[in-house]
Design a protein around this ligand. Structure first.
Ligand code: NIG
Ligand code: FE
Length: 383
């Protein structure tokens, strides 16, 4: 057994209000944490820990639970930088761009996909991310969806089958046939490698009726439910997610009052991915303020993907959520850690307490406020 004391922590974000003050962030000042074999063994005052094998002096820096990036598409091949440039020059975003990545991903080897996804994951880790969810959805045929999930499984337990991302070109005239494939042979082949199932509910992707059928088929195979909902315009995705008791409705850029009430009442987490609103030059951002004030559980994630949000940076997402979604810096930090853990129904990460996983991120600053305040400065990293 090895034990380490992280001492002289200026501000410790525990996300556990029973540990620090009344704030939902459970803030402790001048604190220390003892980690034994990857698990938190003790939390207390700086200088108060018993002797351990090693002692690391944090010199007043801020420590928080590692970010949980609960929505990514880290496994893909191909480059869509030109599409981004065209958008910034005035072209609108269309869900059909997904098919560009599908062609490249079908052609890529397992080795190439694993190498590029591993590189993106390391990039995320360097910026303080501890756990990622990874979706398929750039295969849209049985072999490539399985290939993507097998690669994703090597990087995380939080894998999501997204065969219902868009209808592939070869089924352009047979949407019914594609839904049958997704709910039949493709689901059978993918379910062993997935914990979750997700559907993109949007004009140009899947309507509510097809999405319900696909989600229920996944649930019958033991998969948890997630939905890409209300990204590009108002739509039925959020209501469907709430009706089916999905763990998470993601994007939530265009919400009605009824959508917000439904999220709060159902306990379906609203996962905001403002990096996608940024990169699609969306005229609106999700209203994090209204969601939080209505009592909905809010999570933040990168949605890292080559089309709409090619960032691995949770600090960037936190800064956007504060500036554009009107969360406070503290709410954004909570959403990027505890909220995102809740969206994955994980209670071992996203907070710091004795017996929790010691996934710790250090911020080279005196408080969590600096994550949004000093946007784009690489302050956060793994401890
Ligand atoms: O989460 N919304 C759908 N899927 C991705 C976009 C994927 C793409 O354009 O390649 C998203 O934004
Ligand atoms: Fe996505």
């Amino acid at each position: 057994m090895t034990s380490v004391t992280y001492d002289n922590i200026g501000e410790l974000v525990t996300n556990d209000p029973t540990q620090g003050g009344e704030s939902f962030l459970g803030l402790l000042h001048d604190a220390a944490v003892v980690v034994e074999d990857g698990v938190i063994a003790w939390i207390g005052e700086a200088g108060g820990a018993s002797a351990t094998d090693e002692r690391v002096d944090l010199e007043g820096r801020c420590v928080l639970p590692s970010f949980v990036d609960s929505h990514t598409h880290l496994v893909f091949d191909g480059d869509r930088a030109e599409e981004f440039a065209a958008r910034m020059a005035g072209e609108p975003y269309a869900a059909g761009g997904i098919r560009t990545t599908v062609a490249a991903t079908r052609a890529a080897s397992v080795e190439a996909l694993l190498a590029s996804a591993t590189k993106r994951l390391e990039e995320a880790r360097r910026q303080g991310t501890g756990l990622v969810e990874i979706k398929s959805g750039y295969g849209l045929d049985v072999a490539t969806e399985v290939k993507m999930l097998q690669v994703a499984r090597q990087l995380t337990d939080e894998t999501t089958f997204l065969g219902a991302h868009v209808v592939p070109t070869e089924f352009a005239d047979d949407h019914r046939g594609y839904v049958d494939l997704v709910t039949g042979e493709m689901l059978d082949a993918c379910a062993p490698y997935a914990k979750w199932i997700d559907v993109f509910v949007e004009d140009g992707a899947f309507d509510a009726e097809a999405a319900r059928e696909i989600l229920l088929a996944g649930e019958a195979k033991g998969l948890g439910l997630r939905v890409h909902a209300n990204q590009l315009r108002p739509g039925p995705g959020v209501q469907l997610a709430c009706e089916l008791g999905a763990a998470s409705a993601d994007h939530c850029t265009h919400l009605s009052d009824a959508d917000i009430t439904a999220l709060a009442e159902a306990g379906t987490v609203a996962t905001l991915v403002p990096g996608a609103d940024f990169s699609t030059r969306s005229p609106v951002y999700p209203d994090g303020r209204r969601l939080w004030d209505a009592g909905a559980t809010v999570a933040l994630a990168t949605d890292c993907n080559p089309g709409t949000s090619y960032t691995t940076s949770m600090p960037f997402v936190i800064a956007l959520a504060v500036r554009e979604c009107h969360l406070t810096p503290g709410e954004a930090v909570w959403a990027a850690t505890a909220g995102a853990a809740r969206s994955l129904r994980r209670d071992d990460v996203g907070h710091l307490a004795v017996d929790a996983t010691a996934a710790l991120t250090v911020v080279d600053a005196p408080s969590h406020l600096h994550l949004a305040y000093r946007a784009a400065v690489p302050l956060a990293g793994p401890l």
